[in-house]
Structure formats: structure tokens, C-alpha cells
Design a binder for this molecule. Structure first.
Ligand code: FAD
Length: 116
């Protein structure tokens, strides 16, 4: 790919960021400590301020105002993030993702072992 070393565009940045966020949520503790909750809230609340796509950042900020992050555990955080990603998918006319498949996609891989 001749553009492999080019600066990230909105799509590449988005894929990389969703990979980071969903994977981080997938490995977030079931019972996070108060410090872990505080850090996760800080990470998520930073995105509307710092995400380097300004219209993406302000849209996310609006979504987060309507639906504040749930950092009480990995299951609820993964679902929260899936729902926010689906809001972006919907806005962009992309297919909605089945949030029941979040762990399969980001943590366990499919049951047929094709990702092992
Ligand atoms: P992506 O949407 O990047 O998804 C990557 C993979 O995640 C998919 O292949 C699928 O396997 C999985 N997936 C899809 N949906 C879900 C879900 N709901 N839960 C779990 N896993 C899922 N782009 C814009 O043009 N305008 C914007 O305003 C905008 N806002 C963004 C805001 C944020 C916070 C982020 C991180 C990205 C934003 N983007 C925006 C980028 C956009 O979301 C996509 O990343 C980009 O269009 C590339 O899309 P894609 O089809 O490759 O898959």
C-alpha cells in the first residue's frame, strides 16, 4: 500500500481508535477499583476535547451528554461503547453492530477458532 506511511485520515483514525477503545473496554475489570473508574472516565471524557477530528469530537460530546459513560464494570462499559459506536454508524449510514457480539469481536474471537 503506497499510502501506508501517510498521516491517518478520518477513517484510519476511526478504525484505530475504535480498536483501542473496544479492546480496552473488553479487558477492563469486572469490578474496577475507584482509581480505575476515575482513569476510564478521564480517558472517555478527554475524547470530546482532544480527539483530532473536530466534528467527530463534538458529535461524540453531544452523545456523551445524552448518555454519560458507564464505567462500573467491563460488561456495562462494553455495551455503552457499542451503543455510542452505533450512533456514529447510524449517522454515517453504516450497518448497526449487534452489541451481543462485542466480546466475540473484541476479546474471544469466533467459536470456530478461526482467529486463534
Ligand atoms: P469502524 O466504524 O471504524 O469500525 C471498526 C470495526 O468495529 C468494524 O469493522 C466492526 O467489526 C466493529 N464495530 C462496528 N460497530 C461496532 C459497535 N457498535 N460496537 C463494537 N464494534 C463495532 N467518521 C465520520 O466521518 N464522522 C464522524 O463524526 C465520526 N465520528 C467518530 C467518532 C469517534 C469517537 C470515532 C472513534 C470515530 C469517528 N468516525 C467518524 C470514524 C468512523 O466511526 C469510522 O471509524 C470510519 O468511518 C471507518 O469505518 P469502518 O467502516 O472501517 O469501521
Amino acid at each position: 500500500d503506497p499510502r501506508a506511511n501517510c498521516p491517518a485520515d478520518v477513517e484510519q483514525l476511526g478504525r484505530a481508535t475504535w480498536t483501542f477503545l473496544h479492546t480496552t473496554a473488553a479487558y477492563y475489570p469486572e469490578r474496577p477499583s475507584p482509581a480505575q473508574r476515575t482513569h476510564m472516565l478521564g480517558l472517555l471524557n478527554s475524547l470530546p476535547v482532544l480527539y483530532p477530528c473536530s466534528h467527530c469530537a463534538s458529535h461524540l460530546g453531544e452523545c456523551m451528554k445524552a448518555n454519560p459513560p458507564d464505567v462500573t464494570g467491563r460488561g456495562s462499559l462494553s455495551r455503552w461503547l457499542c451503543e455510542r459506536h452505533n450512533e456514529v454508524n447510524e449517522m454515517l449510514g453504516k450497518e448497526k453492530f449487534d452489541c451481543a457480539k462485542t466480546d466475540e469481536r473484541w476479546k474471544d474471537g469466533p467459536a470456530d477458532g478461526s482467529c486463534d
